[in-house]
Design a protein around this ligand. Sequence first.
Ligand code: BES
Ligand code: MN
Ligand code: ZN
Length: 499
Amino acid sequence: MKFSIKTQMMDTFKTDGVLVGAFQGEASRDDLKTMDKALGGHLTRAIRARHFEFKPGQTLAIDSLGRFPAGKIVIVGLGKRTELSADKVRKASAAGTSVMKNSGVKKFGTTLASESANGLTVGELAQASAEGAYLSSYTFDSYKSKKDDKRISEITHLTDKKSNVSAIDKGARKGKILAESACFARDLINMPGNMATPTFLANQAKQIASRYGIKCSVLGPKAIEKLGMGGLCGVARGSHEPARFIILEWMKGPKTKKPIVLVGKGLTFDTGGISIKPSGDMHEMKSDMSGGAAVLGAMRAAAALKLKANLVGLVPSTENMPGGSATKPGDVLTGLSGVTMEVLNTDAEGRLILADALAYAGRYKPDCVVDMATLTGACMVALGHRASGLFGNDEKLIDQIRKAGERTGERCWPMPLWEEYDEDIKSDIADVKNIGPRWGGAITAAAFLKKHVKGKWAHVDIAGTAYTNSENGYLKKGGVGLGVRLMIDFVEHRTGVYK
Ligand code: BES
Ligand code: MN
Ligand code: ZN
């Protein structure tokens, strides 16, 4: 999908289709009036007949039958002008693009970034428009014999102001890179466990590293054990697939600035281990590496965007299998931090591998560490599918991530992490145990992670948000690719490189 730009409006732009964003209560806007006139009043009639209310994401498709330069006209509602947000533009662009794609349109123009609105610059609008279009066109058909051949090849942002051109162009480029990187993460998540193994993830990391000039090193089982990563080793014991510890470094910020370290859970398949899961939805546990995919996607995006920031990505990766030498309930492991961990439930494995990655992060003397993990079903119970759980030990950091979540539409909601929760994970025979009492499971998991952290840290529990079974806006069934846009927005704002 290519993005281009024209200083021309839709009354003269000749193409397959045109996507027109329209606010509630602005039906008599000049461009709509001109179009209505050209169509002999058909637009007004269609709005009435189909009860089109300009609600966010609502679409109205009309064939111009030669009366307008564009063949297919798709009006997409943006809601009230004073309530416009980047996410509404993303969703509007997604809805419009889907209608275009389904009706066989290959190229179309869009007015979604033609002028700034409600405090959003044309650059931000173009970025959101590109993200929505690209993300909604995603399909995962690698294993289908018959591929979806409907494809949008080019989207042209229309504006009548020359002075807008460079900002729109930059915004659309950025949106495309971010969406591509999120779709790269989606592919990794959607790939089944027999293909997307820890070795495969590590090879993907090496590939993006060589393509974008990121420094990459990968540790195998021997190095992992030698370092003293008892958590990662312990979880990997039950599997025939060798574990990997992936390290990516993008140090293109000022030499004096400490890096931000991103950590992602890279559990390529979670059976639960000896504490085995019920089989019903177990197949979805191929998505238990979504945090790791988000980190790889974010590193890819940072490099492709040439972000002037210091960024490290760490992904501990293994399967959680109930093999003959698997860790058993009651076993004690010693993490890289030196903290001893009693494994009372082998299905609480994410915190064990993250413990080592968080401890490893300390080697960089980082500005801060942010981890993303499909960590607990309890987080999904607490927040559903519409927000990730947000924990941490630094209010400012938590607030920055929450704000990035609002801007990107990848919402995060703060959860408590008072020291009293530490009592809930005290072990009788070791420093900590890997499960707490029945209630508050997302919090006790975060409290466990906290034991392995030094310095500023935040944890994003994406168990409810990383994977979806319903098509919704710019999301497709399967991996969401969540965390890529969130982390880039967060990094840009925290380091002050946001443009
Ligand atoms: N990967 C799961 C969490 C999960 C569940 C993610 C559902 C996405 C959807 C994690 O490893 C796990 O199994 N957690 C347990 C922890 C419990 C044993 C304390 C859980 O949430 O049940
Ligand atoms: Mn588990
Ligand atoms: Zn898991």
